[in-house]
Write a protein that binds this ligand. Structure first.
Ligand code: MTE
Ligand code: MO
Length: 362
């Protein structure tokens, strides 16, 4: 197969991995994809593994290596760099799928870093090779050389700008994961404060109420009412289903089971508990057995400080031993029910029983 043909085959394969990868990283893309998000994740993971195996397995016949044959379009000598970046992405990608949370955190950083480098490489590749080449013979070219140079600069700036603009957030991510410094939208280092709505709800403490529905009478609680029931501390490793994790986090709050007993919950009558967020969209659910086994917390403090707005101020659920998506932020209502109200991400393909390790995508 000719170099050009192979090249375009890889443009399509790698392009698909890049797009599905962006959809995992960018909250706006994730919510835009909605129910198709797990499919996009599956394509990224399965596709990435197969592509990587092919890359390493028979690189010589698979990868568009530069050719010495100068009659073929052009033979960029920096193709070997792309090969290196793609192999690193494959290795760190596999590390993201398997292993304990600290290897996954490390793999997230390496994966993110090489993804950023690779995007920069693609932009460079575009600028250096795309607009200036022409197969037309000298006299028949439509644009003069200086016009071409200008065009090259315009395209270059257009593709590089988003990368440069994304650089600060990549740096905070890296510094947060590796050195535990810096913050992301006010979140603690290492956390990626997702939201499925346009922004982070601003909830004032003096008007905040946690309401409980499903019993004969509706009741509501201020944060101080909850604190008076007694507080507990839980240490855990926070783990998102997409791979990133923060080890050794301390949450302070009210034991959920204790609170439910206080409001008069009878698990025989209501074996399901649903949770609603103040963002008006996000929902979650747990059954009686899960609450008993995982000891969830109604958390109002993280590492000794009030929850940042981006991380659910003033109150969020924390479910130790389950993936982060169970830990609903800006919790405003708890409903006692006798059947499951399927949660936001569960409607989009993630398991209801989100215990760690149950979902790796593979
Ligand atoms: N209301 C609300 N709660 C949410 C989410 C969200 O988008 N909205 N994202 C969930 C997911 S997928 C994760 S991993 C964690 C992220 O917690 P953090 O914001 O403290 O990093 O919050 C969970 N709770
Ligand atoms: Mo998550």
């Amino acid at each position: 197969m000719s170099f050009t043909k192979r090249h375009w085959r890889h443009v399509i394969l790698v392009g698909l991995l890049m797009l599905t990868g962006f959809s995992l990283y960018l909250a706006s893309w994730r919510s835009a994809l909605g129910p198709a998000m797990p499919l996009s994740q599956a394509i990224h993971e399965w596709g990435g593994v197969l592509y990587g195996v092919a890359l390493i397995g028979w690189s010589g016949r698979f990868f568009p290596w530069p050719t010495r044959d100068r009659t073929v379009a052009s033979a960029p000598p920096f193709t070997k760099w792309a090969f290196f970046f793609l192999v690193m992405l494959f290795i760190s990608g596999v590390g993201l799928l398997i292993g304990p949370s600290w290897t996954r955190s490390m793999a997230t950083v390496v994966h993110g870093l090489f993804a950023a480098i690779f995007v920069i490489w693609v932009s460079y590749h575009l600028v250096v090779h795309l607009p200036i080449r022409s197969r037309r013979p000298e006299g028949t070219r439509r644009l003069s050389l200086s016009r071409r140079r200008l065009l090259r600069w315009i395209v270059g700036v257009a593709v590089t700008t988003p990368v440069v603009m994304a650089l600060p957030s990549v740096l905070t991510m890296v510094s947060g994961r590796v050195f535990k410094v810096g913050s992301n939208n006010g979140a603690l280092p290492g956390f990626v404060p997702y939201t499925v709505v346009g922004g982070y709800p601003a909830i004032a403490l003096d008007t905040y109420r946690l309401s409980v529905t499903g019993l004969d009478t509706k009741s509501s609680y201020r944060l101080t009412d909850l604190v008076h029931l007694g507080v507990t501390t839980r240490h855990l490793n926070f783990q998102c289903v997409t791979g990133w994790a923060v080890d050794g986090v301390e949450f302070k709050g009210i034991d959920l089971l204790k609170f439910l007993h206080h409001v008069g919950w009878d698990p025989q009558k209501h074996d399901w508990v649903s949770f609603y967020s103040g963002d008006g969209v996000y929902t979650e659910s747990l059954n009686a057995e899960q609450i008993d086994r995982y000891q969830p917390l109604l958390a109002y403090q993280i590492d000794g400080k009030a929850l940042p707005q981006a991380q659910g101020y003033p109150l969020r659920l924390i479910v130790p031993g389950m993936y982060g998506y169970k830990s609903i932020k800006w919790l405003v209502r708890i409903d006692l029910a006798n059947k499951d109200m399927i949660g936001y991400w569960e409607q989009r393909g993630y398991p209801q029983n989100a215990y760690l390790g149950s979902y790796t995508g593979i």
